[in-house]
Design a protein around this ligand. Sequence first.
Ligand SMILES: Cc1ncc(COP(=O)(O)O)c(C=O)c1O
Length: 367
Amino acid sequence: MSVAAPLDFFGCAGDYRELAPQIHVRVEEVLVSGQVLQGAHVQELEERIAATCGRRYAVAVGSGTDALFFALVALGIGRGDEVLVPDISFLASATAILRTGARPVFVDVNASLMLDLAVAEVKVGPSTRAMVYVHLFGNVGDIEGAEAFARKFGLKIVEDFAQSLGASRLGREAGSMGEAGATSFDPTKVIGAPGSGGALVTDDAATAARVRRLRLHGKEGPLFRELGYNSQLPSLAAAILNLKLDRHTEWTARRAALADRYRAGLAGLPAQPLPLEEGVRHVWHKFVLLADDRDELALALGRAGIPTRIHYERPLHRESIFQQSQPDGEFPNALAYADRTLSLPIHSHLSLDDVDRVLDGIARHYA
Ligand SMILES: Cc1ncc(COP(=O)(O)O)c(C=O)c1O
């Protein structure tokens, strides 16, 4: 019996295959120009990211993690401050807080695995200054609720939309809320660089100027005005990201068709997708389902050549790096979900037949 080739979990190679001739032209153009840092491609990318989010400014930096960190620094967050952050996210949502000297205060998550604003109310204390609000998996959280929460408690919001560039909810774009937002061009993201990259977005000219300084050794004009960092997005990466942005709408539509197929095919099965709220334009960075027998299901799919991943293995309050004193009892949802989430392959270069193969694997497991 012939065994089908394993599916690709990430679409990086497919992106390249689809754009190879244009990428080759851009690579040569940038290298021949000699302007391999900053320059026109970086500026174009910044303008396009700002427009995508409905923001006045975007500043390209070396990673999404740096974008988050710089946003917090520019907002004046530091030692002695507390910052709310969801207990389920990629680690960087919280390490960016730690890097400023502030303390991340973890908040349990709701059914969409995003920060539960009702729970957050009891976590606000006299030192709470800000909230890192994460839109997870390509979804968009409760933007208006989070803004109302921030107003009520006098908090600043840094939006982590690393996974949700181009997504929106009820007409509000991911990246449009709060004082500043951070996105990522990590190679696995919906618009991925050939390497690391990220961008900060804001409507505030002073915040944008500060982050432009921070990314380049504190330099403003001819002067080094503060201790900064070296966190530049290479021009080559920007040139390729601009090519990919041309495809963003089309590639998102392809992933949405795959997600629809997954959702229809999972009807009636014990493994169920995360809820999808009305009014959300999801960009399907990940397709996550919940299964009580997650590990057995993952093994069965793996045997059929279907790769899966777990996002995320541990709620953040359990990561030793944070040396937290927040007990497990404060995170019943995060702990329950962490044992049940399973991410299925989804990217712009999978076909509906590929999705049917995954669905068939799931159905056979439960047969
Ligand atoms: C939710 C979230 N926040 C932050 C980051 C950090 O971005 P980067 O890997 O570009 O530093 C990522 C991605 O890696 C992420 O998924």
